[in-house]
Design a protein around this ligand. Structure first.
Ligand code: CA
Length: 230
């Protein structure tokens, strides 16, 4: 699954430094030179991570972070603030505006990549390549393989993404519309019943090793992956 990163920075040299390094690391990069453009891009498709420079022409990076946090659609968007200002007070202001992390200029691309990785691991574990294992069910994003008690299981691409999301957010109940947003991507116009179809296929794929019982229907709410019996 390709990770989409929005970089909001007005200085072309830094924009390019970040873009080159992120693309080299396998991320998809979108660039905005000011807050207005960034908001447009977020409206079009929600990125997995946003990197925002503090000093932007017009609306500042901190104000942009605050704005993204205040809107339901982007409330949970992971944000890294980039800044030449390194004082403790600035850092606190940035974090209070809703940034998840803070990188001080000048920074090394390696440091930025490490921060992005740590943030993804914390905020969207389904966007990383870390294998996940629950009750003998193992999913390996890197090789796109699923094993039930070490037996390879045949899982389709959509069911794979669905299972990855459910496994990285286990024990929680997800509504059909949340699953559509998270697994199919937001702004897709798919009927909620589609989720039921893929859940059914996923259960069938996991039946051989009886891991289908992990996928539970929560009446009136949605679905959850749980090791507790329903
Ligand atoms: Ca700047």
């Amino acid at each position: 699954m390709s990770v989409d990163i929005l970089v909001v920075e007005d200085e072309p040299a830094i924009q390019e430094l970040i873009a080159v390094n992120l693309e080299h690391a396998g991320y998809r990069v979108r660039l905005a030179r000011d807050a207005e453009r960034a908001l447009d891009l977020v409206q079009g498709a929600l990125p997995d991570v946003t990197i925002i420079d503090w000093m932007l022409p017009g609306i500042s990076g901190v104000a942009l972070a605050r704005r993204l946090r205040s809107e339901a659609r982007s409330r949970n968007l992971p944000i890294i603030l980039l800044t030449a200002r390194g004082s403790e007070a600035d850092k606190i202001e940035g974090l209070e505006a809703g940034a998840d992390d803070y990188v001080t200029k000048p920074f090394s691309p390696r440091e930025l990549l490490a921060r992005i990785k740590a943030l993804l691991r914390r905020r969207s574990p389904q966007a990383t390549d870390d294998p996940v294992e629950i009750a003998g069910l193992r999913l390996e994003p890197g090789t796109r393989r699923v094993f039930g008690d070490r037996t390879p299981l045949e899982v389709g691409p959509t069911e794979f993404r669905l299972l990855h999301y459910l496994m990285t957010h286990a024990e929680r109940v997800h509504t059909r519309s949340q699953l559509l947003d998270q697994v199919w991507g937001d702004h897709v116009f798919i009927e909620e019943r589609t989720v039921d179809v893929h859940i059914r296929r996923l259960r069938q794929a996991l039946e051989a090793t009886r891991h289908d019982r992990l996928i539970q229907t929560v009446r009136g709410s949605g679905y959850r992956l749980s090791t507790e019996s329903a």
